[in-house]
Design a protein around this ligand. Structure first.
Ligand code: MOS
Length: 769
C-alpha cells in the first residue's frame, strides 16, 4: 500500500499529505502512513523486570546520608487562626531535630499557579506555612523532623494546637446558595447558549428533565505521595513522585528564590498519578524544613494525609434536560449545574464538556457554576469533568431512549453530529459509530431485553447498559525533545516527561524507533528528570501527543545536523534535507532505495562520536482548527440481587476510538484501569465529608471503597485504530477516556435489570431497595 492510500479518512476525502513535515493543522505526520515496525505492537513495559525485582527506586526509597524523616501535624478546624502551638514536648522528644511552624519557617513565595507558564505548578494561591491562617480542615500547621519515622510520628502527636475559629462554609447545600459563574471553565465559556433551549424544551414532543448528583472522590494511588530531598548550598536535589518534573523544579526555584538550574527534580518511577501527583504543600514544606535543619529530608505522607493535603474530585449537582422529536432528534440539549470549589484554586470539575461536543441538537444551554467551600483545594482526578459529566448526560440519553422506546445505540446514531455541535469546527477524526458497531457485535448487545426487569436467573436480575465515553485531545505547549545519535547507531531521546506506570518509556521507544528507522533495542527514551529538555504535565491525557510533537521537531533538527556530515563519497551526496528520511538505521532519499547510508557510517566517516538534534514542538494549533476528541462505546452487564440489592458487574466491554494505538498491551491496561475506576465511580467511591466541620471522615482504604479483584469482571477492550490525521503519530491519547461513560453504562444496566433509575452516585444497594 502506498502512503497516500493509508492516509486516514477525513470526511471521505484524502487529506493533504506532506512527506517531510507534520503541520499541526495541515499535513499529517508522515509516520501515520508508514508501514510500522514497532508502533501498535503489544510490547511489555521495558521497566517491568526492574519493578518486579524491586530494583526500581521510588521517591520514598532514595537514601541520603544523615537524612531526617518528616511527620506533619494538620489542622482540625476548617477556617480560623492558630491561637497557640505548644511544641515543647515534641522538641524534647527523642530523635527530634526540628519542629517547624509558620513562626520559624523560611519566608517563601507563594507558588505560581499551574497553567500560567510551563514552569508553574501551584495548585492554590494560599501562602504555605507563612501565617496563622487556616483555610481547610487538614491544612498543615507543623512539621517535625527526626532521626527515624517513628520518632517523627511520635513527636508530631505531642504537638498541641489551639485555634480561633472563623465562620466557615463546609456544607454544599449552603455554599450553593452563593454559586457563581467562574471567568471560564478551562478556557471555555461557563455559560453557553445556542438558540432558545428553554423554549425548545417546553415545545418538545418528548422531554427528559432530571437532576444527577455525584459525590467527592479522593486520590488513592498505591504509592503514597513522597519526596526525598537535599540542599547543597542553594542547590536543591529532589526525588519526587511527580506528574510534572519541569514545572515542579521551576516552581520550587521560584518559591525559594534560587535559580531554575539550581533545582533538579528526579521522578523516574511513580506508583500511579491520576491527576494527584503534582506539586502540593508537602514538597515545599519538606524543602523548607530541610533548608532550616541543613539536612536531607524524606517526607512520605501517610494515607490519611494524602486525603487531607492532596485535593480530589469535588461534588457535582447536574441537571440534564433533553427535548426530542418522536424520531429521536434533539431539539434542546440542556446541561447545567454546580460544583464545589475553593476561592483559592481554579479547578471546576468541567462536567459540561461532553455536552458541548458529543451530539447534534437544535439548541443548547450548557452552563456550570461553582460554589465556594472551605476545603482542600480540589484538583484534576481521573478524567475530571468527563467522568461525572458523562454520568449525567449519558444517563439522561438512556432515559430518553426508554421514553422513545428506541434502542439507545440507535438514538445515538440519530444524533451523531457531522461537525462539532457547539464550536462548528470539523472533527479531526470521529468514528464513534464504528466503535458502537464493533462493540455491540462483540458484546452481544442484540441479546438485551429492552423491557427492564424481565431477565432473571433465580434471585438475580440481569441488565445491559451502554453509554458514550469521551475525552478531549490535548497537546501541551512548550515541550522540547533531544535526540542523541551515537556512532554505534544508538539513539537516546530525552524529554522531561513522566511515566507513572502507564508505559510512557515503552510506547515512546516504539514510536522513536519507527520514526528514526531503528530497531527497538537501539533506542532509549529518557524522562523523569527536570534537567532534560523542557517537559509538560503528564495530565489531560496529553503526554503522548506532546512528546510526539516535540520528537517530530527534534527529528527534523537531527536530520539538519546530519546533512553537513554527509560527504561527497556518500550515496546521499548532494541530497537536500527535504529529500531525506530516516529508515533502516540510517538516512535515505525518499523513494530511492539505492541512495542510503547508515547513521554509523555517516558519523564514522565524519569523525563524530555523536550528533544531537534538539527542538521545541510546533504550537498546538491543530486545536484551534479542529474539534479533537476521543470517544468510546462502553457496554456493561450487571446482575442485581432482587432480595439484597447487591450489584455485580458481570461483564464489561469498552470499544474505543482514540486514533492510532501505540502499544496494544499498555493501551489495553490503561483502558481496563480506567474502566475499573469507572466501576468504583459507579458503585463504591465516596468521600465522606462532614458538612459541619469540613473534615474527611473516611481517609483510608478500609473506609473509602475502591474496586477489588472480586468486584472486577473480565473486561474486554477493543479499538478502531483509525489514525487521527491531525495528531502526532495519529494518536489522540488514551490516559483518561477509559473511566468516562462507565458510570452511566452501569447505571443504565442497573435500570435495564431493575427498572430503577439511580441518579445519585455511587449506586449502593440501599438505593435499590
Ligand atoms: Mo489526569 S486527571 O489530567 O492526571
Amino acid at each position: 500500500m502506498s502512503r497516500e492510500e493509508t492516509a486516514p479518512r477525513e470526511g471521505g476525502k484524502t487529506p493533504p499529505f506532506a512527506r517531510r513535515d507534520w503541520q499541526p493543522e495541515g499535513a499529517p505526520d508522515p509516520l501515520i502512513g508508514r508501514k510500522h515496525g514497532h508502533i501498535g505492537q503489544a510490547i511489555s513495559r521495558i521497566d517491568g523486570p526492574l519493578k518486579v525485582k524491586g530494583a526500581a527506586r521510588y521517591a520514598a526509597e532514595v537514601p541520603f546520608e544523615d537524612m531526617l524523616y518528616a511527620a506533619l501535624v494538620t489542622s482540625t478546624v476548617s477556617r480560623g487562626r492558630i491561637a497557640s502551638i505548644d511544641a515543647s514536648s515534641a522538641q524534647e522528644a527523642s530523635g527530634v531535630a526540628l519542629v517547624m511552624t509558620y513562626r520559624n519557617a523560611p519566608r517563601m513565595e507563594t507558588p505560581k499557579m499551574f497553567g500560567t507558564s510551563p514552569k508553574a505548578a501551584g495548585l492554590h494561591t494560599l501562602p504555605i506555612m507563612q501565617d496563622e491562617e487556616i483555610h481547610w480542615n487538614g491544612q498543615t500547621v507543623a512539621v517535625v523532623l527526626a532521626e527515624s519515622q517513628e520518632q517523627a510520628d511520635h513527636a508530631a502527636s505531642l504537638i498541641e494546637v489551639t485555634y480561633e475559629t472563623l465562620p466557615t462554609i463546609t456544607d454544599f447545600d449552603v455554599a450553593k446558595a452563593d454559586a457563581r459563574f467562574p471567568d471560564s471553565i478551562m478556557g471555555e465559556p461557563a455559560d453557553l447558549k445556542i438558540g432558545k433551549a428553554d423554549e425548545a424544551l417546553a415545545a418538545a414532543p418528548v422531554r427528559i428533565d432530571a437532576t444527577y448528583t455525584t459525590p467527592r472522590h479522593n486520590h488513592n494511588a498505591i504509592e503514597l505521595h513522597a519526596v526525598t530531598l537535599a540542599w547543597d548550598g542553594d542547590s536543591l536535589e529532589v526525588h519526587d513522585a511527580s506528574q510534572l518534573v519541569t514545572a515542579t523544579a521551576g516552581t520550587l526555584a521560584q518559591v525559594f528564590g534560587v535559580r531554575e538550574d539550581q533545582v533538579r527534580v528526579h521522578s523516574p518511577y511513580v506508583g500511579g498519578g491520576f491527576g494527584g501527583k503534582c506539586l502540593w504543600d508537602h514538597q515545599i514544606i519538606a524543602a523548607a524544613a530541610a533548608r532550616l535543619a541543613r539536612r536531607p529530608v524524606r517526607l512520605c505522607l501517610p494515607r490519611d494525609h494524602v486525603y487531607r493535603l492532596v485535593g480530589g474530585r469535588t461534588c457535582t449537582e447536574q441537571r440534564v434536560a433533553l427535548g426530542a422529536t418522536r424520531d429521536g432528534k434533539l431539539t434542546a440539549l440542556i446541561h447545567t449545574g454546580v460544583v464545589a470549589m475553593t476561592k483559592h484554586n481554579s479547578c471546576p470539575e468541567q462536567f459540561t464538556f461532553p455536552a458541548r461536543h458529543l451530539y447534534a441538537a437544535d439548541s443548547f444551554h450548557v452552563s456550570q457554576q461553582v460554589a465556594d467551600m472551605d476545603m482542600t483545594p480540589n484538583t484534576f482526578m481521573r478524567a475530571p469533568g468527563e467522568s461525572v459529566g458523562t454520568f449525567a448526560l449519558e444517563s439522561a440519553l438512556d432515559e430518553l431512549a426508554h421514553e422513545l422506546d428506541m434502542c439507545p445505540i440507535e438514538l445515538r446514531r440519530r444524533i451523531e453530529p457531522d461537525k462539532d455541535p457547539t464550536t462548528g469546527n470539523p472533527f479531526s477524526s470521529r468514528e464513534t459509530l464504528q466503535a458502537y458497531r464493533l462493540g455491540a457485535e462483540r458484546f452481544g448487545w442484540s441479546r438485551r431485553d429492552k423491557v427492564p426487569g424481565r431477565r432473571r436467573e433465580g434471585e438475580w436480575l440481569i441488565g445491559m447498559g451502554v453509554a458514550t465515553g469521551t475525552y478531549p485531545y490535548y497537546r501541551m505547549d512548550g515541550g522540547k525533545a533531544r535526540i542523541t545519535l551515537t556512532a554505534d547507531g544508538f539513539a537516546v531521546i530525552g524529554m522531561a516527561m513522566q511515566d507513572m506506570g502507564m508505559g510512557t518509556a515503552t510506547a515512546q521507544a516504539q514510536h522513536c524507533a519507527d520514526r528514526l528507522g531503528l530497531p527497538l533495542d537501539k533506542v532509549r527514551f529518557d524522562y523523569g528528570d527536570s534537567d532534560l529538555p523542557q517537559g509538560t504535565v503528564a495530565g489531560g491525557s496529553s503526554q503522548t501527543a506532546t512528546i510526539g510533537g516535540a520528537v517530530i521537531a527534534a527529528h527534523q533538527a537531527l536530520i539538519k545536523e546530519l546533512v553537513p556530515l554527509i560527504g561527497n563519497d556518500s550515496p546521499l551526496a548532494g541530497a537536500a534535507q527535504e529529500e531525506l528520511e530516516t529508515r533502516d538505521g540510517g538516512l535515505g532519499v525518499v523513494d530511492d532505495p539505492d541512495r542510503f547510508e547508515s547513521f554509523s557510517s555517516i558519523l564514522q566517516r565524519a569523525g563524530r562520536d555523536s550528533v544531537v538534534g534538539e527542538a521545541a514542538a510546533a504550537k498546538p494549533s491543530e486545536l484551534e482548527h479542529f474539534s479533537m476528541h476521543s470517544t468510546a462505546a462502553q457496554f456493561a452487564e450487571v446482575r442485581v440481587n432482587a432480595v439484597t440489592g447487591e450489584i455485580r458487574v458481570s461483564r464489561f466491554l469498552g470499544s474505543f476510538d482514540c486514533g492510532r494505538i501505540l502499544n496494544a498491551k499498555t493501551a489495553a491496561s490503561q483502558f481496563r484501569g480506567g474502566i475499573i475506576m469507572g466501576i468504583g465511580l459507579a458503585l463504591m467511591e465516596e468521600t465522606q465529608f462532614d458538612p459541619r466541620k469540613g473534615r474527611i471522615l473516611n481517609p483510608s482504604l478500609s473506609d473509602y471503597h475502591v474496586p477489588v479483584h472480586l468486584d472486577v469482571p473480565d473486561i474486554e477492550v477493543m479499538w478502531t485504530d483509525i489514525p487521527d490525521p491531525h495528531a502526532p503519530m495519529g494518536a489522540r491519547g488514551i490516559g483518561e477516556i477509559g473511566i468516562t461513560g462507565v458510570g452511566a453504562a452501569i447505571a443504565n444496566a442497573v435500570f435495564n435489570a431493575t427498572g430503577k433509575r439511580i441518579r445519585d452516585l455511587p449506586i449502593t444497594l440501599d438505593k435499590l431497595l
